[in-house]
Design a protein around this ligand. Structure first.
Ligand SMILES: C[S@@+](CC[C@H](N)C(=O)[O-])C[C@H]1O[C@@H](n2cnc3c(N)ncnc32)[C@H](O)[C@@H]1O
Length: 219
């Protein structure tokens, strides 16, 4: 198979793309910088910088009012999405770390969106299972432990309203997903990608954005 017109992203091209995206605002920039300065060994978990404006764009595009995020870390993706919500919108943020999400809580307050974010500190599967079973979620962002992705997907999909969007991060898993002998998180993502591709309840496209992002729309 040929590569078609796929463009290889050099550092220069990446900087050019960022320069032609909406810039991060002061609170977003401070949160990204604080995460790298204070949690250097974990900061790579943060969604890529271009994903903030992209997630905000998707929130506005779908007119989402009810968002669920699985995997919040220091709160960059939650901040970006909450800022794009209408004032009466709600984002339920699922994580198990009080330490990491405390950075987010501070940033959400500074940005004036803390009242739109309902942080639930518990295993995300418990939080999802406790949610109403009927379709009510407009947009979900899946970005937590990779071996939980299929279970999270199975809890989210029935709860998505028709036309609702599930956005899943890290679906290329640092490029490892082409290895049929992969183990651990890479194997989990390979299994997840196959699972999503075979799910007739959703229309899905796998995009080569950042570490790979799948957009799935509920039929
Ligand atoms: C990749 S990071 C999320 C990054 C975040 N979306 C951002 O943009 O900064 C993954 C997060 O999933 C959380 N996590 C791991 N296992 C979890 C579980 N079982 N339930 C809920 N959260 C979990 C971790 O604590 C971590 O904060």
């Amino acid at each position: 198979m040929t590569q078609g017109n796929q463009t290889k992203i050099t550092d220069e091209l990446y900087a050019y793309a960022l320069a032609h995206n909406p810039p991060l605002d002061a609170v977003q920039r401070e949160l990204v910088e604080t995460t790298y300065a204070e949690l250097p060994t974990h900061a790579g978990m943060q969604s890529a910088q271009e994903q903030g404006p992209l997630l905000a764009f998707l929130v506005r595009l779908t007119g989402a009012r009810h968002i669920v995020e699985v995997g919040t870390f220091t709160g960059f993706s939650a901040l970006s999405m909450a800022q794009a919500l209408p004032a009466d919108g709600v984002l339920i943020a699922c994580d198990i770390s009080e330490e990491w999400t405390a950075y987010g809580q501070e940033a959400w307050k500074k940005a004036g969106v803390a009242d739109r974010i309902d942080l639930r500190i518990a295993p995300a599967l418990d939080t999802l299972r406790a949610m109403p079973a009927e379709p009510h979620i407009d947009l979900a962002y899946l970005d937590a432990d990779k071996d939980g992705y299929i279970a999270y997907w199975e809890e989210l999909v029935p709860r998505m309203r028709p036309g609702g969007l599930v956005v899943t991060d890290n679906v290329l898993f640092h490029g490892g997903v082409t290895d049929p002998l992969a183990t651990g998180n890479t194997a989990a993502i390979r299994g997840f990608n196959d699972h999503v591709g075979a799910d007739s309840r959703m229309d899905s496209v796998l995009l080569t954005v950042a570490d790979g992002l799948t957009l799935s729309r509920k039929k």
